[in-house]
Design a protein around this ligand. Sequence first.
Ligand SMILES: [Fe+2]
Length: 339
Amino acid sequence: MKKLAKQTAVFSGLALAGVMFSNVAMADLFIYNGQHKNSGVEKAAKLFTEKTGVKVELKTGKSAELAGLLKEEGMKSPADIFIAESTGPFLSLSEGDLLAKAGDEAVKNVSSVNVPQAPKEDFVVIGLRSRVLAYNPEKIAEKDLPKSWTEMANDPKWKNRFSYHPGSGALVDQIANYKKLHGEEKTKAFLKALKENGQSINGHTAALKKVDAGELDVAIMNQYYLDRLYKEKGKENVKARIHYMRNGDADSTLSFSGAAVLKASKNVKEAQQFLAFLTSKEGQEAYVSTSGEWPANSKAVSPVTYLEPLSTLNPPKTTFNSYADSEDAKKLIKEAGIQ
Ligand SMILES: [Fe+2]
């Protein structure tokens, strides 16, 4: 496995996100990035390099697969940092004792009542995303949308009028929360109804485009896809809208993107400095301007106009632990014939 060449750069008295660099030898950082391509990690990393001279290299893939690779590699991993779009991978790496401390600066940057904190401070939330329903107001009024997805999946009125993305990591988070709230039998019944009465569409963007074109009434997805479509087509050309469920059920599940430093890293200090930057106001604004997520640092401002305050979303009253059951949730999704 390739290990990045050490780069030596001397910093004297440069203050970055409250972290002082003083005459320390810096090394390149290698990030395993489980976010979408062009999710904003690239943008934040580029800014970090411009400010510090520290070269950052990204290996981009699926969060769960990269977490699996990190487990296989163990202390031999060439990665310094792991970034993912959901919480389960961090919890399992944390349990495997593969994560170092995220660093006080990063932890402080994202301490807010709306942002969960890793119990061992070995990863930090960098962005929040919500499950939502995409709809087309020319076809259906917001007030006529279903009040719950369990109801929607079981009501003959909605048969074949809604879609879900079978391979979605957020669906896994949603189902993990569903099971926590309602137990295994009801979760199985919900998944069965979803499969029988909904349309399986691979990819949230594909589903959103169908909604936008008036070919599909509603689609279960994550809020940031609308922002991606705005960027692709121009906001004025997009008819689709999103609806926050706000029902305290798994329909309103929030997922948390995060970042962690690996114990295997030879550059723990520099990696913590990267996390401090990524969670700083400046780093967060660079990141969310592309990711379309809510920033985890409450001082950062998102340019996405339809993001409503996190405090109004009424997500289920579950904790990080509910997300730890992602393997179990995946199994239930598979058993229902969805994946
Ligand atoms: Fe996504």
